[in-house]
Ligand binder design. Structure first.
Ligand code: PMT
Length: 398
């Protein structure tokens, strides 16, 4: 969503101005064409040369810079922008925009643009809670301006509380969302991710190599499209995606009860989790002592959550996954039919660049109407986008 987009990064005068450098790095790494506008106060904290070097574009500091006007003046910046991001957004800049003051390069271009504007506020906790500031922010929100809320923490001025600039990664996610068509707005989507753990005793368990990356990519993608996303996640080392409700589970039966308790409110369920098919018949209360050279553990079947969903009278749009090591197409299509799914994502988990705990995947998509799609090798974020595009298209004809 960000590659090749023209993004105007407005930097204002706050101690957090240096964090705009990290955000610029994330944006340029994602392929955006970033043009930086600095207010006069911002230049007290970071030099224009820093931003010019990282963005490979001239930095705009003065409104009427004749050279800038010839090349890309404030009006053309406003016209060409796909997105504005203001970081850190001070009480001053938000107050100026809220009342229509346009007395420098940044306020003038923001006033002139039709592009979405994303503010990432940062200020002293008392300024943030000041009713005047709050009224200005609420006015801008009502007018459709976007915000990445500040977080609570220790502030440079020595105060503790709300007003600390959100992490650059969170602002980057906000930029992604701002540039994504909201074609899942109003939809509730339940996504499962990660492995389950089936305990043998308090020390040992049976699990698999799922990292959760595929399911978390789907949750991020659905959230960016405006969906109300519930992520039911087995144990992973991943950061919770912004804007997503996460319910943590451990075993297959816990996942089953959380899914079935919520499914009636969902429009779509996407089962990316690697749910254990079996669990030990007996879960030993104490650690099993090593007595013999070999031992046997009897396993019993776990509930098949996806099959249970497929058997529902009024079921949501159902997307399953098939983790195979051979006969991918045949096994995936068979699972789709047997479990009464709307579509299934088949992936060969024996490939080094697909399946478990890698950032890429190769997937074959099969649909209830008999059609299919070979997605080839792509990142899990891209595959999540492809899967969600198909979900959007098929929801419209459902
Ligand atoms: O998490 P990552 O490291 O990113 O790896 C991604 C992935 C390989 C885990 C993912 O792409 C994937 O293939 N997920 C499904 C893994 C799996 O359990 O596939 P399966 O063929 O065994 O199960 C088929 C479907 O039934 C799956 O949608 C699964 O969620 C569901 N299932 C399985 C067993 C069970 N008891 N209940 C279920 O609901």
């Amino acid at each position: 969503m960000i590659a090749n987009k023209k993004i105007i990064l407005g930097v204002c005068g706050g101690i957090a101005a240096y964090k705009a450098i990290e955000l610029l790095r994330l944006l340029t790494k994602a392929g955006a064409d970033v043009h930086v506008i600095m207010t006069r106060a911002a230049q007290e904290f970071v030099t224009p040369l820093t931003f010019q070097t990282l963005s490979s574009n001239p930095v705009h500091t003065e409104l009427f810079n004749l050279i800038a006007e010839q090349e890309i003046g404030h009006i053309s910046l406003a016209d060409q922008a796909d997105l504005f991001i203001v970081v850190p957004a001070t009480a001053n800049i938000i107050g100026k925009i809220a009342v229509g003051i346009a007395d420098d390069m940044l306020t003038t271009t923001i006033m002139a643009t039709k592009a979405p504007v994303l503010f990432a506020p940062a200020m002293n906790v008392n300024m943030f809670s000041n009713p005047i500031y709050q009224e200005n922010e609420h006015k801008l929100r009502r007018l459709g301006y976007l915000f990445v809320d500040p977080i609570r923490g220790s502030l440079a001025c020595g105060w503790e509380g709300e007003g600390k600039l959100a992490a650059p990664e969170a602002v980057f996610e906000g930029a992604h969302a701002a540039l994504t068509e909201k074609n899942l707005r109003g939809r509730t989507i339940l996504i499962t991710a990660g492995p389950t753990r089936e305990e043998i005793d308090p020390v040992r368990y049976i699990s698999n190599h799922s990292s959760g990356k595929m399911g978390y990519a789907l949750a991020r993608g659905a959230c960016r499209r405006g969906a109300n996303v519930l992520l039911i996640s087995g144990p992973t080392a991943l950061t919770k995606p912004d804007g997503v409700r996460v319910v943590a589970v451990t075993s297959a039966s816990e996942m089953q009860s959380e899914v079935m308790a919520r499914v009636s409110a969902c429009d779509v369920v996407i089962k990316a989790a690697a749910v254990a098919d079996y669990r030990p018949l007996v879960r030993n209360a104490l650690k099993i002592k090593k007595k013999t050279e070999s031992t046997t553990i009897e396993l019993v079947k776990n509930p098949d959550i996806l099959a249970e969903l497929g058997a529902m009278e009024q079921r949501p749009f159902l997307v399953g996954f098939a983790a195979e090591t051979d006969a991918l197409a045949e096994n995936a299509e068979k699972k789709m039919r047997e479990k009464n799914l709307d579509m299934i994502v088949g992936n060969d988990v024996s490939q080094i660049d697909a399946g478990f705990n890698v950032d890429t995947n190769r997937a074959l998509l099969f649909f209830r109407d008999g059609s299919s799609c070979d997605c080839g090798l792509m990142s899990k974020d891209q595959l999540a986008g492809a899967i969600l595009d198909h979900v959007v298209a098929r929801l419209q004809t459902r």
